[in-house]
Design a protein around this ligand. Structure first.
Ligand code: BTN
Length: 272
């Protein structure tokens, strides 16, 4: 580890063997694609989803050139510093239940962060992971449907682990990395192993119909509950108070005139 001008330098290549060792008892993860550089792990996972890659295929990359975020945004990640992966799942979900896949991955990330860093990861609806009040990661869940059920689901995570946020880059919200918060280099193998093991456990609850326990755990990590937020959509922006979460993952908000209504993840961004 090198400390330069308040920056922690800890670039290393991931030891995939160490992650596989942690997952050797897994019954979910069946196939692994460890890639050095790809345009987007999400695109690769979707492509192999169209072919015959099995349920539980993990596409991991050290670096992406065309990483994508929610609502068409770019997801940038420096080489050797972060975690970038997409997980292909072949479970059947209805569109209105898909949010809970993102919820399972979000919770797994929060638990993994806590184990590895001692800090509580939190979730900003629908898909942002926060550490110490700043965005540390994001999840993008996409699906291909056959009629009303998913043919496959791809849930992708970008997590800032050993990255130094650039001062010169303007972001619309504060960003951080795990190493920035704990002031030391993080073993990405440990964090990835924890996240994948946690996701397997949570996803098995979800598949067994135990959504209620996921919902309770998710709400306990939900940083927006009761807060004033700015909702930004194509039709403009407005301030409101967050009052809860609907079963289909829509956010419930209360307008200044007292009316309560849902807002949908595909339609808006939120600012705290
Ligand atoms: C967001 O905050 O908007 C979600 C970001 C999700 C980024 C991840 S990085 C791995 C996977 N591959 C991509 O191109 N996007 C997701």
């Amino acid at each position: 580890m090198k400390v330069q001008e308040n920056q922690i330098e800890c670039e290393t290549l991931l030891d995939a063997g160490a992650v596989l060792e942690k997952l050797r008892r897994s019954s979910l993860y069946k196939q692994f694609h460890w890639l050095e550089s790809v345009p987007s792990t999400q695109a690769v996972a979707k492509q192999i989803g169209e072919e015959n890659a099995p349920h539980g295929t993990l596409v991991w990359a050290e670096y992406q050139t065309e990483g994508r975020g929610r609502r068409g945004r770019v997801w940038e990640a420096a080489k050797g510093e972060n975690l970038i992966f997409s997980l292909l799942l072949r479970s059947s979900f209805r569109a209105e239940d898909l949010f809970w896949v993102t919820a399972c991955l979000g919770l797994a990330v929060c638990y993994g962060l806590e184990t590895v860093s001692g800090l509580a990861g939190m979730i900003k609806w629908p898909n942002d992971i926060f550490l110490e009040g700043k965005k540390v990661g994001g999840i993008l869940t996409e699906a291909r449907f056959d009629g009303s059920l998913t043919r496959y689901i791809v849930s992708g995570l970008g997590l800032n682990v050993n990255w130094n946020p650039q001062k010169d880059k303007e972001m619309p919200y504060p960003v951080t990395s795990v190493s920035r918060e704990v002031r030391e280099c993080i073993k990405r193998e440990d964090l990835l192993g924890e996240i994948l093991q946690g996701f397997e456990r949570l996803f098995s609850f979800l598949e067994c119909g135990n959504r209620r326990s996921i919902e309770e755990a998710w709400l306990s990590r939900f940083i927006l509950l009761g807060k004033r937020v700015l909702v930004i959509g194509d039709g403009g922006e407005f301030e409101c108070t967050v009052t809860g979460l609907r079963k289909d993952g829509a956010l419930l908000i209360q307008r200044s005139n007292g009316t309560e209504e849902p807002v949908f993840a595909g339609d808006v961004s939120l600012r705290m």
